[in-house]
Write a protein that binds this ligand. Structure first.
Ligand code: C2E
Length: 849
């Protein structure tokens, strides 16, 4: 525009016709003044900057070329006067943007030099303003040339593009935004007619941009009148309304309305529609996921195991309720803290295990962990490495089970496997191990080993009569005493019941015997329990390595055999001898058979008469036990009674005999027969060891309907002397109860006169060994005479047993013996035979003449 104006100016100037010089000059001045005025008007009115350069240099882009700039030109760049922006080309060229300077100057030079005038000058470039900011300008120019094309001057205008570009760009930008918005957008007029619609809207509703579809578009949004009314209200009030939920073709839509005004102040309705189907699906999925997770977490909370999740940085991310209970820290206290610092005393172990986990993705094992209160406890820990989708380690799921109880149980099981619960002593298994070790040691150092088998003497009876509680107390106290009697390298164990064993390194057999004596000594004092005080003796069998055996089984067996011998003989301890082996086997077999015979009621009593030597009349009978074994025939009580004593069968056996004898006597009494007198029953020395023996004897007699005075109890002299004090006590009780008491086998037990005086007995029975040979053996005769004299002095009756001949009976009568018993008067016979022979009136006395 400016260029054409310049053209017009120049054209006019050139076309002015020659006139009168004065008038012409005046006209010309007037014309120039008018043109100047018009030019000034244009210059001031235009927003463009004007420029002009006279070409006086061959190089049009020489910086020193004089240039004219209009004030507006300077103003566009922020300058106000010529001093800041001198009238030379450099003022302009030096302010070109470095990227634009080259092309611009080239275009300028090309235009000026092109004599044909066909190269236009119309360029866009950036110029630096006074405030340092670059602004876009469009420059258009035109070169005025001589007729031969030589450029004479070049002038043009500069238009500021920056603001215009910004407006146009903003418009384009906003249109781009609207077009590319993922939200469907409609602009509607006041009648709710669509003015504009964007692509997203059409996509949401599956429409093409054509009239009928667009007409339906609003219907699609405003499916109900309420919504339409709402839209009109928003339009009217220029308000906004968001979050309106509606549906279209199975899609869930969220609509927002806004009432606005356009540039011309007309009311417009913006309808923004978002397809939230997928978003809502994802939200619902996320909600379900969260709910699921919450459920899972609550399940994890219900788990009895401590479950935690730690990050790869070891910091705790999850901590369930059981973990809170187990460790004492709440979830709040531990989240974000390092598991290793919290639970581990040994971080190095944690580091090693973490390396293992990273290698194998899993680790399981036992660990010691720390609680909040500082206490340590054992856990079984299971670690699982959780990896991300790209297989990078992400976190570790840890499940910890408290195994304190399990470990304690395992330890207890282990303890029970090796130790006796009651006494805390090693049991059979551990003892066998210890013997094996001792054997290896003894072999290596060529030493002797003593293995001792011990059995308590009165234990079964204590257990039976006072109950297991008291029996246990006895065992515990005995164990304590035996242990105290041993040295540290001597092992004591309890095998079962009242069986204890010892293994000890010894220099010789004598050293072994000394240990046994120490053990016996330990039990000399009575054992005091809540159920009574008991004298508990012990029988000890000793076997030596290597003389008696080289294995633990052999040594124990030999010691066991020796123990039975000790028990049978009443000796405290006995060392094993090879011949004991077979004897024991036989005795054990016998004991087994005896027990069976007793339980099967295969035993019976025979009765032997006792006769008054003076009158020849029956004064009583002795009940004698008989056992007929189908294989071995009749077995003598002299054989099986010691076995019964050694095997603790004697208590039961004795009671059976007493009860049978009582029943028989009662039967005779109840029958219309002559009185058999007192019935004598043998009481074994071992029976006296039983607790409450006096009570049980009385009870049986009472139960069978007899009086103690109906019975005579025979106790062997040796048996009484075995535990004389105790025997005296029991005998006193029995005597007080009314039983007649006789010392059996008198003369064999070495009882001293002092003891004899204290024994509350009625009668002495001279052992048949003296009676048998008294007529031939002067020595025996003297003994018999002495015993009879002693009895007289002590005011006791005396009876002789084993009287087989009349001469013996005569002699005994002559000696002053009161009664006699023996084959001469009658053999032991069954109850029926005895009744026939002795209890019918005619048979009441034997003829002594
Ligand atoms: N050679 C010979 N022997 C005669 C004569 N008169 C009796 N005998 C036997 O001598 C033993 C007498 O019994 P004892 O001295 O109490 O000796 C008894 C007694 O100590 C014990 N005994 C027998 N029965 C019982 C019982 O029920 N309980 C207990 N604890 N011991 C019993 O067994 C021992 C042996 O009993 P038995 O074999 O029955 O032997 C009986 C009897 O059969 C005779 O003139 N000549």
């Amino acid at each position: 525009m400016i260029a054409s104006f310049l053209r017009f100016l120049r054209g006019k100037a050139r076309r002015a016709p020659p006139a009168q010089p004065g008038a012409e000059l005046a006209a010309l001045r007037a014309q120039i003044g008018a043109m100047q005025a018009r030019f000034d008007l244009i210059r001031q009115a235009t927003s463009d900057g004007l420029w002009d350069m006279e070409i006086c240099s061959p190089d049009p882009i020489d910086g020193d070329n004089p240039f004219w700039w209009s004030d507006q030109f300077r103003r566009l760049l922020g300058y106000s006067d010529e001093r800041d922006f001198p009238n030379v080309l450099r003022s302009w060229s030096s302010r070109l943007h470095p990227d634009d300077a080259g092309p611009t100057l080239v275009a300028f030079a090309a235009h000026v030099h092109d004599r044909t005038g066909r190269t236009p000058y119309d360029v866009t470039y950036r110029l630096k303003c006074r405030n340092g900011e670059y602004r876009w300008f469009r420059a258009q120019g035109k070169t005025i040339r001589a007729p031969d094309g030589t450029p004479q001057r070049v002038a043009g205008a500069l238009t500021d593009l920056t603001d215009r570009n910004a407006i146009l760009g903003l418009k384009r930008f906003s249109e781009d935004i609207i077009a590319n918005l993922p939200v469907g957008l409609i602009v509607a007029d006041e009648s709710l007619r669509i003015i504009r619609v964007n692509r997203a809207f059409l996509e949401i509703f599956g429409m093409q941009q054509e009239g009928s579809a667009l007409a339906r578009a609003l219907d699609a949004v405003f499916r109900n009148d309420a919504l339409r009314e709402e839209a009109q209200r928003v339009l009217r009030d220029e308000s906004t309304r968001q979050g309106i939920a509606t549906e279209w073709g199975g899609k869930r839509l969220r609509v927002a309305l806004a009432g606005i005004r356009d540039a011309e102040e007309r009311r417009r309705l913006l309808v923004m529609t978002e397809d939230v189907t997928e978003k809502q699906r994802l939200r619902e999925e996320a909600r379900a996921h969260v709910a699921r997770q919450r459920d899972q977490l609550s399940l994890l909370d219900k788990a009895t195991d401590a479950i935690l999740v730690r990050g790869i940085d070891h910091r705790i991310q999850f901590w369930n309720k059981s973990a809170e209970r187990l460790y004492g820290w709440t979830s709040k206290e531990v989240l974000g803290r390092s598991e290793v610092e919290l639970l581990y005393d040994e971080p190095s172990q944690f580091a090693t295990l973490t390396d293992e986990l990273l290698e194998h993705d899993e680790w399981r094992g036992e660990l010691m962990h720390r609680r909040k209160d500082g206490s340590s406890f054992a856990v079984e820990s299971h670690w699982t490495l959780v990896r991300s989708e790209d297989h990078q380690p992400q976190s570790v799921l840890v499940i910890n089970t408290d195994i304190t109880q399990r470990k304690a149980t395992a330890e207890k099981i282990e303890y029970l496997a090796l130790y006796d619960m009651l006494t805390g002593l090693p049991n059979r298994r551990l003892f066998a191990d210890r013997v094996e070790q001792a054997l290896m040691n003894a072999q290596r150092h060529r030493r002797t080993l003593a293995v001792m088998f011990m059995d308590l003497n009165r234990f079964k009876e204590i257990n039976d009569t006072r109950g297991h509680g008291v029996g246990d107390q006895v065992l515990v106290k005995v164990a304590t005493r035996l242990r105290a009697a041993l040295r540290g390298d001597e092992t004591l164990a309890r095998l079962a019941g009242d069986e204890f064993v010892v293994v000890a390194q010894t220099d010789d057999a004598h050293a072994g015997i000394l240990i046994a004596e120490r053990l016996e000594q330990a039990l000399t004092d009575p054992v005091v329990t809540s159920g009574g005080t008991f004298s508990v003796g012990v029988s000890i069998g000793i076997a030596f390595y290597p003389s008696d055996g080289t294995t633990s089984e052999d040594l124990l067996k030999c010691a066991d055999i020796a123990m039975y011998r000790a028990k049978a003989t009443g000796a405290g301890h006995i060392c094993y001898r090879p011949e004991m082996g077979s004897e024991l086997a036989e005795r054990m077999e016998l004991a087994r058979k005896l027990q069976r015979a007793l339980s099967e009621d295969k035993l019976e009593l025979h009765y032997q008469p006792k006769v008054c030597l003076r009158t020849g009349k029956l004064v009583g009978a002795e009940a004698l036990l008989r056992w007929h074994d189908p294989e071995r025939g009749w077995i003598s009580p002299a054989t099986f009674i010691p076995v019964a004593e050694a095997r603790d069968i004697i208590g039961v056996l004795g009671k059976w005999v007493l009860r049978q004898a009582c029943r028989q006597l009662k039967a005779w009494q109840d029958a219309d027969l002559a009185s058999p007198g007192r019935l004598a029953v043998n009481v074994s020395a071992r029976q006296l060891d039983e607790a409450g023996v006096a009570d049980s004897i009385q009870a049986i007699v009472r139960e069978e309907g007899l009086a103690p005075s109906d019975l005579e109890l025979e106790l062997t002299e040796s048996g009484v002397m075995h535990h004389v004090e105790r025997a005296i006590e029991i005998m006193k009780t029995l005597k007080r109860a009314g039983f007649a008491l006789t010392i059996d086998d008198f003369g064999t037990g070495y009882s001293s006169l002092s003891y004899l005086k204290r024994l509350p007995v009625d009668k002495l029975k001279i052992d048949m060994a003296f009676v048998r040979d008294m007529l031939k053996d002067h020595h025996d005769r003297t003994i018999v005479t002495t015993i009879i004299g002693m009895a007289r002095n002590l005011d006791l009756d005396v009876i002789a047993e084993g009287v087989e001949e009349a001469a013996q009976a005569d002699t005994l009568r002559a000696m002053g013996c009161d009664e006699a018993q023996g084959f001469y008067f009658g053999r032991p016979v069954t109850a029926e035979v005895f009744a026939q022979q002795w209890l019918t009136p005619a048979m009441q006395a034997v003829c002594l003449e």
